[in-house]
Design a protein around this ligand. Structure first.
Ligand code: SAH
Length: 254
């Protein structure tokens, strides 16, 4: 495991006190990389006050304006959420998820996303993830305070780091780095464009095709070379097909 390659990402946190408490939770568990996506108030004295001896983590925190910017260079992204999603996604509890994060941190940058205090992460944001992490709770109330959720996840990572060795890693010695989110997003744009061009995806009625394809590809943990091969296949497919004119098709049906 490489803790320097694991970042905690808070998406649009609204209470600066929570940001400080998150910094403290991280530092107590040996993590130091905090990224804030469009925080409502930061820096703020509430944050500084709640961080106590973890002000170095706060001061080093990176503030960005979009989730894209927060995870562009990441090879493995985990989204935390309490609720069941409409489209089921691979989901693990913190202990098992920590093993996945620790092993992937040896192959690339890992991001763990935490959502807004009032609304959590959106479906679009959750669809950016390779894995979801849900902290098991009472059925009566499943939503933890943001910093407490961060504490539990960081604790499990810390236990792995200080405790027994990680289970055997089947990808040990892999020859290519994990594909980055930036390149994977480009691939999805290219894929959607190609599927529309060949008449497989109707832009006016896309249904759940792209979310399902995202879920499929995000399960794989593609490396850069594999992603390039897929991009190459799409480019050749586009060259060899006459674009379907969806506007015309619609008029024809009307
Ligand atoms: N009302 C929001 C809850 C937000 S709590 C909702 O229903 O989605 C703020 C953040 O803390 C969540 O976005 C998530 O990142 C984390 N969190 C809270 N409870 C959690 C749980 N049981 N499992 C995993 N993450 C949780």
């Amino acid at each position: 495991m490489n803790p320097d390659q694991i970042r905690i990402v808070l998406v649009e946190p609204s209470h600066p006190g929570n940001i400080g408490a998150v910094a403290r939770a991280m530092k107590t568990m040996g993590l130091g990389k905090l990224v804030l996506v469009a925080p409502e108030k930061f820096p703020d004295e509430q944050a500084t006050w709640r961080a106590v001896w973890a002000n170095d983590v706060l001061e080093a925190a990176e503030v960005v304006d979009s989730l894209d910017a927060a995870i562009a260079d990441c090879g493995f992204v985990v989204g935390t959420c309490a609720r069941d999603q409409r489209l089921p996604w691979p989901v693990l509890d913190p202990r098992r998820a920590a093993v996945e994060m620790a092993t992937n941190s040896k192959r690339g940058e890992v991001a763990i996303l935490f959502g807004r205090e009032d609304n959590g992460l959106s479906n679009e944001e959750l669809m950016r993830c390779n894995l979801h992490l849900a902290i098991p709770t009472s059925d009566a109330y499943s939503s933890l305070n943001l910093a407490m959720a961060v504490q539990i996840v960081c604790y499990e990572l810390h236990m792995l780091q200080t405790g027994d060795e990680l289970p055997q890693d089947p990808n040990e010695g892999w020859d290519e780095p994990l594909a980055t989110q930036e390149n994977i997003e480009r691939f999805y744009v290219h894929l959607e464009e190609t599927l529309s061009q060949i008449g497989f995806l109707n832009p006016a009625a896309p249904r759940k095709l792209m979310p399902r394809l995202r879920r499929l590809y995000n399960r794989l943990g593609m490396d850069e070379m594999e992603l390039n091969i897929l991009r190459g296949i799409l480019t050749e497919t586009q060259k060899r097909s006459e674009p379907v004119d969806w506007d015309r098709q619609r008029e024809g049906k009307a």
